[in-house]
Design a protein around this ligand. Structure first.
Ligand code: GUN
Ligand code: ZN
Length: 428
């Protein structure tokens, strides 16, 4: 790798959140060039000035491609790669019919390695440079995932999925083994290279109180770790939680009562929230992870992005592969736009792109390292061809500004739009 690379194109960075700016597009800036040094962003600005500053830099000209931070997918299940797009069920039946049988195959470490490699090949081709994944109950499924991420030098977060009831026996651990195995994996992987560990109770229905408490204790011992779980995805699920935990004030309380509510908590879906749940999530600064293709595919409901942002929640965006129907964060932005329309707000392209990059990074408390292009940040970048298909090209040709040029790619684009991806400054 040359020590310095000077990339020219339309370099898009965010100076602020487009959810906090009256004109969302004003939150972004477009630069002519970005200088990458030692895997990080060294400078942004005019090509001539940066060229004078770094005369030895290798030049890469991407014409009018849009270059932005690599996509950050804040909630996926890599073990569901091979069963994505499974037909005709809602959440609980979908888990039992498709998900659990597939996850059982991860008892074979060779199978886990093969799927982890396939998962990263698919998502890097889609411009995703950071993901947060559930693994399966098997510790080797976590090792396989981290090894595949490490080999590609990508930033990744993952954890062993813990379940000790309401799942097939082969997918169940216990309160004690969930604690012991999670702790051992955390100690092996957390903070190694670009990897970090997330404590991962699947959701309240598949954990006993003892297991939730054990994982809450582990989080208390390692408060710098993220914790990921599911919350209020479908109404049937919420009724089930109520019957399993009659003492709880609401679904969130099943986590709160066991030490599983905190700022580093990632709560997947979080669609059908009670006022108390919304207040507590905001008070602690926890992250709600919106999974729009999953929410339509499994028929879960409509996440009200505008309302959640207006009340000051921290929100990330995610595919939820394979409850989600795509590996693409472009497709995910399109689905978020459509759900926004159905809940009464047209999300601006700047807001969609921010959610897929800086917003998700902030949900992971990694906003200082990834998710934007700014001096000092890790150079995980994606170059988007804004005319990747004839249909997109004929529409973007009429664009009057960068947002009109980008929006057809958000709505109709896929991996064909991903022209180049850099991981820590190195093109792949
Ligand atoms: N809730 C508990 N487990 C899962 C899962 O694997 N996918 C989705 N979408 N929801 C869940
Ligand atoms: Zn999920």
């Amino acid at each position: 790798m040359p020590p310095e690379t000077l990339v020219t194109g339309q370099i898009l960075s965010f100076a602020a959140s487009p959810f906090g700016t009256p004109t969302p597009g004003d939150a972004a800036e477009v630069h002519e060039a970005v200088l990458i040094r030692d895997g990080k962003i060294a400078a942004l600005g005019q090509a001539a000035a940066l060229s004078a500053q770094a005369p030895q830099a290798q030049r890469v000209d991407l014409g009018d491609a849009l270059i932005c931070a690599g996509f950050v997918d804040a909630h996926v299940h890599y073990p569901q790669t091979a069963m994505i797009a499974s037909w005709g069920k809602r959440l609980i039946d979908w888990l039992n019919a498709y998900t659990f049988p597939e996850e059982m195959r991860f008892g074979d470490p060779g199978y886990a390695r093969g799927i982890a490699d396939r998962y990263f090949d698919l998502t890097l081709a889609n411009g995703t440079t950071t993901c947060v994944s559930y693994c399966t109950v098997h510790p080797a499924s976590v090792t396989a995932f981290f090894e595949a991420a490490q080999a590609r030098r990508v930033r990744a977060v993952a954890g062993k999925t813990c379940m000790d009831r309401n799942a097939p026996a082969d997918l169940c651990d216990t309160a004690q083994s969930a604690y012991d195995q999670s702790k051992a994996l955390l100690e092996s992987w957390h903070g190694v290279d670009r990897l970090s560990y997330a404590i991962t109770p699947r959701f309240s229905p598949t954990s006993t109180r003892d297991q939730l408490a054990a994982l809450g204790a582990l989080w208390g011992e390692h408060p710098d770790c993220l914790m990921q779980t599911h919350l209020s995805e479908q109404t049937d699920e919420i009724a089930w939680v109520r019957s399993l935990y009659p003492e709880a004030r609401d679904y969130l309380d099943t986590y709160e009562a066991h030490g599983l509510l905190g700022a580093r908590g990632l709560y997947g879906h979080a669609i059908h929230l009670e006022p108390r749940e919304r207040d507590r999530l905001r008070e602690v600064g926890a992250a709600l992870i919106h999974c729009p293709t999953s929410n339509t595919f499994i028929g879960s409901g409509l996440f009200d992005m505008a309302a959640r942002m207006a009340e000051g929640q921290r929100v990330g965006l995610a595919t939820d592969t394979g409850g989600g129907s795509s590996f693409s964060m472009l497709r995910t932005m399109a689905a978020a736009y459509e759900i926004g329309q159905l809940t009464g707000t047209a999300l601006h392209p700047a807001q969609l792109l921010w959610l897929a990059t800086a917003g998700s990074a902030e949900a992971l408390h990694m906003g200082g390292q990834i998710g934007n292009i700014a001096p000092g940040m890790e150079a995980d970048l994606v170059a988007l061809d804004l005319a990747s298909t004839p249909a997109i090209a004929q529409r973007s040709a009429r664009a009057n500004d960068i947002w009109e040029a980008l929006f057809p790619t958000i709505m109709m684009g896929d991996d064909r739009a991903v022209k180049r991806v850099w991981i820590a400054g190195v093109p792949i």
